[in-house]
Design a protein around this ligand. Structure first.
Ligand code: G3I
Length: 315
């Protein structure tokens, strides 16, 4: 059988990827699935600010280095995630009030991470989840202290540190038409017009079985590529109410197939990343009690019907 990554490459895309980190990679079943099926890895948590710079200028790359060396020794590309995000941000950053200080802190953080992995990370999620649902910019220390300017600034600093990395803006709930999707398109158009080095839009795609957004997914990708940038599906999962039933698993297979087919059909959609290997380690049940089973392998590391859905969409 052919891997998901081989399938998607035959369909003209760059990679089929997965989120992982040392805490899941050290499970032999997971390491072997990541190795066999996927062409790209995204660090699920290890490159976030609270892991990499828990206190000022005190950088810690122990976990992210493990992920990066796994990728190198197993011939995987890496999507860096994420440089600037309001969440998993240590207190010492959120309490800064001086624009001069915050600009310097943001510059040091981005430059240090991007330089450390220069040439090894093909995509970076430079800014993550900057929008509210109504399409306005989300409140954060960055917006409060620096204004919208923190966004172009972040891209310029990342680009200076690694001119070959493709730089992404990433968000969730872009799956249906509405103000958040339009906010993203408008911001990207402004950035492009100002000559900001932004190269791609990531749509996370944390979806729900049977959700009405899924048939529209191709429409959302087309709207995003109307900016002239490439797009990637960066954190795909399709959760359901638990306990799991055969019927829900069958619907999940169709939902996964629709999403992957949409990327396949939109030329400038460059790849798909699923947000984890096994239902056993997914973020979903912690955040949405009563929901789960969102991934392609079950808690015993067996392929689910959803896996077939992805395969069929790529075949
Ligand atoms: O590392 C600590 C560990 O020391 C501690 O014992 C344990 C006890 O709770 O917590 C561990 O940290 C957890 C961390 O995952 C690592 O497992 C955090 O509590 C937990 O909040 C954190 O959740 C992550 C979440 O982002 C945080 O916002 C999820 O794993 C991760 O999948 C999720 O990923 C995000 C993307 O980055 C952005 N888009 C949405 C997506 C899903 O929320």
């Amino acid at each position: 059988a052919c891997s998901l990554d081989a399938h998607i490459k035959k369909a003209g895309k760059e990679y089929f990827g997965v989120a992982t980190d040392p805490n899941t990679l050290n499970i032999p079943e997971i390491a072997s699935i990541v190795d066999q099926e996927f062409g790209s890895v995204t660090p699920e948590n290890s490159m976030k600010w609270d892991s990499t710079e828990p206190s000022q200028n005190n950088f810690n790359f122990a976990k992210s280095d493990i992920l990066v060396s796994f990728a190198q020794s197993h011939n995987k590309t890496i999507r860096g995630h994420t440089l600037i995000w309001h969440s998993q941000l240590p207190n010492w950053v959120t309490t800064i009030t001086s624009p001069t200080v915050l600009r310097a802190v943001l510059t040091t953080h981005i430059t240090t991470l991007v330089t450390r992995y220069k040439g090894l990370i093909h995509h970076w999620d430079v800014v993550n989840e900057v929008f509210n649902e109504d399409g306005s910019l989300r409140d954060s220390v960055f917006l409060r202290v620096l204004g919208e300017e923190y966004i172009p600034l972040s891209f310029r600093i990342a680009h200076a540190a690694d001119p070959d990395a493709r730089l992404y803006i990433n968000d969730y709930n872009l799956d249906f038409s509405g103000p958040k999707l339009e906010g993203m398109v408008a911001l990207v158009n402004r950035l492009v017009q100002q000559g900001v080095p932004v190269h791609g839009i990531g749509t996370q795609a944390h979806l729900v079985v049977g959700n009405g957004a899924i048939p529209y997914f191709r429409g959302t990708l087309e709207r995003l590529v109307s900016t002239g940038l490439e797009v990637a599906v960066t954190e795909l999962d399709v959760r359901m109410a638990v306990p799991v039933t055969e019927e829900r698993l069958r619907r999940q297979r169709e939902d996964y197939a629709l999403v992957v087919k949409a990327c396949r059909e939109v030329q400038r959609c460059v790849g798909v990343t699923v947000w984890g290997v096994s239902d056993k380690h997914s973020w979903v049940p912690n955040t949405f009690p009563g929901q789960g089973a969102a991934l392609l392998w079950d808690e015993e590391y067996k392929k689910k019907l959803a896996y077939e859905g992805v395969e069929s969409a790529l075949a």
